[in-house]
Design a protein around this ligand. Structure first.
Ligand code: TXA
Ligand code: MG
Length: 311
């Protein structure tokens, strides 16, 4: 019933917020260009930042690419459905508006039953960025989506809290090479171990010149400080002087998957009474971790969300 309703709402010109295992997406079928335009408008997202296309199978992915290479096949076979987006050359079915004029498209096969059914019923790829306003914190619960978008513009498919909690890992397959464009909870090590492919890192400086590589992103409504080491009393005093008020410290567990699942919920939560900034303290998490690469995605998001990072 809700999926039927979501599809009829598209017919009325609304977008649909879809639950995925990573974050909620702001979705429209790729053949509805007016609705795709509305994604950029409502999100206040610049047209140079391309959208990824969600599919339910490798068969469906092949419709949207002109070159399904050996590398793409291996990646999809191992990690789909799941939180890995694969950037490949696009087919004619994917409009330039979606890819911001690039000749490549990011394809992702989400692991969430409701959204899979939605895409299957439409029998069309669904373009969806995260369902937040541009540069703001991504939503991992339907109430986060509602903070940003009105019911008259966006129908929400309720799917409960997202189980992974940060956006998909993005890799680009280019001339037999696999480049990591955005770290996520599927790490470069996981990819190398499962597929035997070598993953190359893209120079962060170059990446900040590419769409979506912006330095400021995922920002909450208050100043956020990320610290990777234990702060002294003097450090805290200096911060309080800088921000002219009290700070609220949040400490995390040592399990990366658990932290990823909770992190955006913590950023969405308002400040405690009397505090005017938040400190995310990852010092203990980082001290005891053994699988360092598992934290890459979390640190990448927090470094962009924070206005100050203490190493
Ligand atoms: O987990 C996710 O990936 C979520 C859920 C909803 O699927 N989606 C998501 O979309 O995070 P978005 O738009 O917030 O982030 C996708 C990123 C953007 O930074 C965009 O610039 C980049 O992917 N991207 C999309 N297509 C690309 C392409 N052809 N080449 C390089 N980067 C691309
Ligand atoms: Mg986003």
């Amino acid at each position: 019933m809700t999926i039927k309703k979501a599809i009829s709402e598209l017919g009325l010109g609304k977008l649909v917020a879809i639950p995925t295992e990573t974050v909620y997406g702001l979705a429209a079928p790729i053949n509805e260009i007016e609705l795709i335009k509305k994604i950029f408008e409502l999100k206040e997202r610049p047209l140079f930042d391309p959208l990824i296309v969600h599919v339910t199978s490798i068969e469906m992915a092949k419709r949207y690419t002109s070159e399904w290479s050996l590398e793409a096949r291996k990646l999809a076979n191992h990690f789909w459905p799941g939180s890995l987006t694969i950037v490949v050359p696009k087919s004619e079915l994917v409009d330039d508006l979606i890819t911001a004029g690039l000749n490549t498209v990011g394809l992702r096969c989400p692991d969430h039953l409701i959204t899979r059914e939605f895409i299957e019923k439409l029998d069309c790829g669904v373009a969806a960025p995260s369902a937040n306003k541009f540069t703001k914190t991504s939503p991992t619960r339907s109430e986060h989506v509602r903070k940003y978008f009105d019911p008259s513009d966006v129908y929400i498919l309720e799917g409960g809290p997202c189980s992974v909690g940060i956006e998909s890992t993005i890799v680009k397959v280019e001339q037999g090479k696999v480049l990591l464009l955005r770290p996520g909870m599927i790490s470069a090590e996981d990819i190398e171990r499962e597929t035997g492919l070598k993953v190359s890192y893209v120079d962060q400086k170059k990446l900040s010149q590419t769409p979506g590589g912006m330095k400021t992103h995922y920002r909450p409504d208050y100043p956020l400080v990320l610290t990777k080491r234990k702060l002294t009393i003097l450090d805290i005093e200096k911060l309080e002087e800088k921000f002219q008020g009290k700070g609220e410290s949040i400490y995390f567990s040592t399990s990366a998957p658990l932290v990823a699942r909770e992190i955006y919920k913590v950023l969405h939560k308002s400040l405690a009474k009397n505090s005017i900034f938040k400190i995310i303290d990852l010092s203990e998490s980082l001290e005891s971790f053994s699988e360092k690469k598992q934290w890459d995605g979390i640190i990448n998001r927090l470094e962009k969300a924070a206005c100050l990072v203490i190493e």
